[in-house]
Design a binder for this molecule. Structure first.
Ligand code: HXC
Length: 294
């Protein structure tokens, strides 16, 4: 564990007042890419609302530091860091899912959020560079789903719908894939990511149909331009003029907040989304319709 003290949790940064505290009590979230900016915000919101969590990442130190930070979201929260795991490694993910259930007791929710990205013109993109992103995003999402679905099925059975419009003691057996909007129109310098995210969406839709009869729901969250994220900081146009122009093109006239992705996540894992399956929740202020997803 890192010796630096974790950043104190401020609820208002991560979750809206509309949700009831404790709604995820007794539940466990498994999140790949959990030390990244968007996935850590999603995890903080779910933990704040009662869940325990395992976050999975490649970098051991970064994953441990973030797990400690997420644990401050709720007194008594258990958040385990499973570092050194590359989502391209199916066995490592299976071991991570097994360890989560051993240490936390169950696995009720999955977020497949690990992603790889860099800007590159296709002319400079080697086959291996293209494959690296496809493997991290698509194979990694598949591996995450494959490793966790057996546990999600147990959870779905335990919390199955009671036929009266609500579930017993909340929900379980839900998976969310974190995608993007760039493939709706295509975006220069992002051929690899566009192809990968289109496949991630399709993977989720297929799981929704194949596993729906078992009580599993599978949905996608597609974030738009969210401030304070790696996607915005590292990948967006960085000069002030271009940024101002991009912002003006967003119908809501502002960048999104990580909290807005976290709120969508809470919704999809909650009783309020019992009948939501095979959907894409685009959280972008209608940005892609006017800016092509940039
Ligand atoms: C061109 C590049 C490159 C670049 C790497 N490559 N960076 N090619 N331009 N900037 C090439 C390498 O030369 C190599 O090809 C191949 O990609 C694999 O590189 P490695 O470094 O060996 O791969 P790996 O260690 O697996 O790294 C994966 C990575 C890396 C995707 C390349 O960037 C990474 O791990 N990133 C960290 C996670 C991340 O990017 N998260 C982004 C989250 S933001 P050759 O031919 O030389 O062997 C996000 C927002 C999406 O996802 C929203 C959409 C807008």
């Amino acid at each position: 564990m890192s010796s630096t003290s974790p950043k104190p949790f401020d609820k208002s940064d991560y979750v809206s007042n509309v949700w009831k505290e404790g709604i995820f009590g007794g539940k466990v979230l498994f999140c790949t890419g959990g030390s990244g900016s968007i996935c850590s915000a999603q995890t903080k919101a779910i933990v704040y609302l009662g869940a325990n969590a395992a976050i999975i990442g490649r970098n051991v130190e970064k994953t441990e530091r973030m797990a400690a930070e997420i644990a401050t979201a709720r007194p008594g929260a258990k958040v385990i860091a499973i570092g050194g795991v590359d989502v391209r490694d199916a066995n490592a993910l299976k071991e991570a899912a097994d360890r989560t259930v051993r240490e936390l007791g169950s696995l009720d929710f999955t977020i497949a959020g690990a992603a790889g990205n860099f800007l590159s013109p296709m002319s400079q993109l080697s086959p291996n560079a293209f494959k690296s992103v496809i493997d991290i995003d698509v194979l990694g999402s598949y591996n995450t789903a494959k490793a966790t679905l057996p546990y999600l099925m147990q959870s779905a059975e335990k919390y199955k719908h009671d036929g009266k419009g609500s579930a017993r003691n909340g929900t379980g057996g839900r998976i969310i894939f974190v995608s993007a909007t760039i493939h709706y129109t295509g975006l220069p310098l992002q051929t690899h990511v566009s192809a990968a995210k289109a496949a991630v969406d399709s993977l989720s839709h297929a799981i929704a149909i194949e596993y729906g009869p078992l009580g599993i729901t599978s949905n996608v969250i597609a974030p738009g331009p969210i401030s304070g994220t790696e996607g915005m900081d590292r990948l967006s146009k960085s000069d002030a003029d271009s940024l101002a122009k991009s912002k003006k093109n967003i119908p809501l006239g502002r960048w999104g907040e990580k909290k807005e992705i976290a709120d969508a996540t809470v919704f999809l894992f909650s009783d309020a989304a019992n009948y939501v399956n095979g959907q894409i929740s685009v959280i972008d202020g209608a940005s892609w319709r006017t800016s092509g997803g940039s």
